[in-house]
Design a protein around this ligand. Structure first.
Ligand SMILES: [Zn+2]
Length: 69
């Protein structure tokens, strides 16, 4: 069964390594995520979580400031 990454549209081997240039999406192949997109996605997810935490902290700090005033 041929596998194609749904993100970068490259075909991949059974280890998830991209093995081709991006191809037009084909519906007869099984779709998933190659390991390159997988680690990019993970990095993005971690970064988003960190930003959310930083924002929450900022909101909390400004609330504390409001109360103190
Ligand atoms: Zn990919």
């Amino acid at each position: 069964m041929q596998r194609q990454c749904a993100w970068c549209l490259r075909f991949m081997d059974h280890f998830g390594e991209p093995i081709s240039a991006p191809q037009p999406k084909r519906y007869e192949v099984s779709h998933g995520m190659c390991c390159v997109c997988g680690s990019l996605w993970l990095e993005q997810a971690i970064r988003n979580t960190d930003e959310q935490k930083a924002q929450q902290k900022q909101t909390l700090l400004s609330k504390i400031d409001d109360q103190g005033a």
